[in-house]
Write a protein that binds this ligand. Structure first.
Ligand code: HSE
Length: 405
């Protein structure tokens, strides 16, 4: 089958490499190879194995009837949305690693694929090389998904691991993640949580059947994590992880949030370090399932793209019934109305805290100043907890972080 790659950066070049190096097993599965006819990129790649396939003109791919399959690894929504829509409308299968595009326009693009009876698949958009979307959609299809949460960003997990294990300063760890090709072009999308938010939206859309927009998900990154809180986590049996979290509520709505969490060491998520991603799915029948692997980087992410390309080639004449329904602006509950436990660090009088909050679980740290008061709350609505904390006399809050339960 003739194919094209759009975007020849970290992921696109990885796709080219896998199709070359593993051509034998791919051809054996499909009884024909996947052959790259075009690579779309504005840059030149002198000496590259696919140099002679390079084009700067999208229309070359769109108008070539021989090309039935396209891997979009451009990133961003412009011009990726327009290109993808036109390719699908022209009857070409498209696979993508572009989480921003899927989280923003997934519903529209899945509809365009449905109308044209072609596939739009994007396994690489969440978890890099970790298979998670296909298992959620196919293998766990007989379950109501109660919860799905996890570490979805390699860069921030890498940074937090370096801070936690090696006391490495934040900036140095970020520079290392950029050097290794994990970070987004603009790493603020990693650090401030936007990348996790997009992936969380895709997980929630697949799990709960309606398109969840990034604007519906309250998002907080790792910028405010202090080394002092890392020390308290270490001393008291917790890791600090940036999680994307979704849960089906009894009301029928969902709770979806991106935030740093104190994660108890016993939870499998606590064992996920460096660039690795880990995702827990809780289904009403299967109970808990855990997915783990490399969440970023060229070949792991390209591995997921190539898996989708093979799937498209295997189902070239038949669209897989894959996707979700339209947006519903009331489907995501306001997070401050949802219950959560919190880690709180502040300065003040411990007796005033006890009087206001009752028997919370106080945490200790060797050598801590006498007026440092640190504790884990019971589960409470954030708005209600904030009001009670604000009412404590002479108590200054320095940090407040969710606790995974
Ligand atoms: N910047 C992303 C990460 C790349 O660090 O996880 C993979 O989506």
């Amino acid at each position: 089958m003739k194919a094209a790659i759009m975007g020849y950066g970290v992921v696109g070049s990885g796709v080219g490499k896998i199709l070359r190096e593993n051509a034998d097993i791919i051809a054996a599965k499909l009884e024909e190879p996947i052959e790259i006819k075009y690579v779309l990129d504005l840059r030149d790649f002198p000496g590259d194995a696919l140099e002679d396939k390079l084009t700067k003109n999208f229309e070359d791919i769109l108008n070539d009837d021989e090309v039935k399959l396209v891997c979009e690894a451009m990133g961003g929504t412009k011009p990726a949305y327009d290109f993808t829509k036109r390719l699908l409308e022209a009857g070409k299968h498209v696979v993508s690693s572009n989480k921003e595009l899927v989280a923003t326009y997934g519903f529209e693009l899945l509809n365009a694929a449905k109308k044209a009876n072609v596939n739009y698949l994007f396994e690489a958009s969440v978890g890099g090389g970790v298979p998670i979307l296909r298992p959620l959609w196919q293998c766990l299809a007989g379950n109501h998904i109660k919860k799905v949460y996890g570490i979805l960003n390699g860069t921030t997990n890498f940074i937090l691991t370096k801070m936690y294990n090696e006391d490495m300063p934040f900036e140095q760890a970020l520079a290392l993640a950029q050097e290794l090709g994990y970070a987004e072009k603009d790493p603020s999308a990693d650090i401030a949580g936007a990348d996790v938010c997009r992936k969380t939206c895709i997980l929630a859309s697949i799990s709960y059947g309606k398109h969840i927009d990034p604007a519906q998900v309250q998002t907080q990154g790792i910028e405010d994590i202090q080394i002092r809180d890392v020390a308290y986590a270490k001393a008291n049996g917790y890791e600090i992880k940036l999680l994307g979290y979704c849960e089906k509520l009894e009301s029928g709505k969902i709770d979806a949030i991106v935030s740093p969490f104190f994660v108890p060491k016993e939870n499998q998520i606590a064992t996920v370090s460096d660039v690795f991603n880990g995702i827990v799915v809780v289904g009403d029948m299967v109970d808990e399932v855990f997915f783990y692997g490399r969440g970023a980087g060229s070949l792991p992410t390209a591995s997921a793209c190539v898996g989708d390309m093979i799937d498209c080639a295997m189902h070239a004449d038949k669209r897989k019934n894959f996707g979700w329904g339209a947006r519903d602006k009331d489907f995501v509950e306001n997070h401050s109305a949802c219950q959560s436990r919190y880690y709180v660090r502040g300065t003040g009088d411990i007796n005033a805290v006890k009087k206001a909050l009752g028997e919370v679980a106080f945490l200790s740290l060797q050598g801590a100043p006498l007026d440092e008061v640190v504790f884990l709350t019971e589960a409470a609505q954030e708005s209600e907890l904030d009001a009670r904390l604000a009412a404590i006399e002479n108590f200054q809050i320095e940090a407040k972080i969710r606790v995974l339960t």
